[in-house]
Ligand binder design. Structure first.
Ligand SMILES: [Zn+2]
Length: 103
């Protein structure tokens, strides 16, 4: 059964803030975070009569297609935010390197 995309996204946010609260910035790794994300288990229930999946937590009622649409939309939003962080990190590392070269 697919995970509920809405609940999984909420759970991811919770896991991420917990991870960031408990892990020092220099010890953080995206792989560690993804491993935690993999443990998310929020299966939806299939209603065989309508071929719709139902989430018992949030009440989402959707076909498999709609679920993957929602997941894509939520992932895209997430990725955009991460990309921006990467850009920032690149900029930060580059400026640090430049500063060292100047000295
Ligand atoms: Zn849900």
């Amino acid at each position: 059964m697919p995970n509920c995309p809405e609940c999984a996204a909420r759970e991811k946010k919770k896991i991420q803030s917990k991870y960031e609260a408990e892990t020092a910035e220099e010890d953080r790794g995206r792989d560690d975070l993804f491993k935690l994300f993999d443990q998310i288990d929020l299966p939806m229930k299939l209603d065989p009569a309508t071929k719709h999946f139902i989430c018992k937590r949030c009440g989402l009622y959707a076909t498999r297609e709609q679920i993957s649409d929602i997941r894509t939309r939520l992932n895209k939003r997430e990725r955009t935010r991460e990309d921006r962080q990467d850009d920032y990190l690149d900029w930060w590392q580059k400026s640090k390197k430049e500063k060292m070269e100047e000295e």
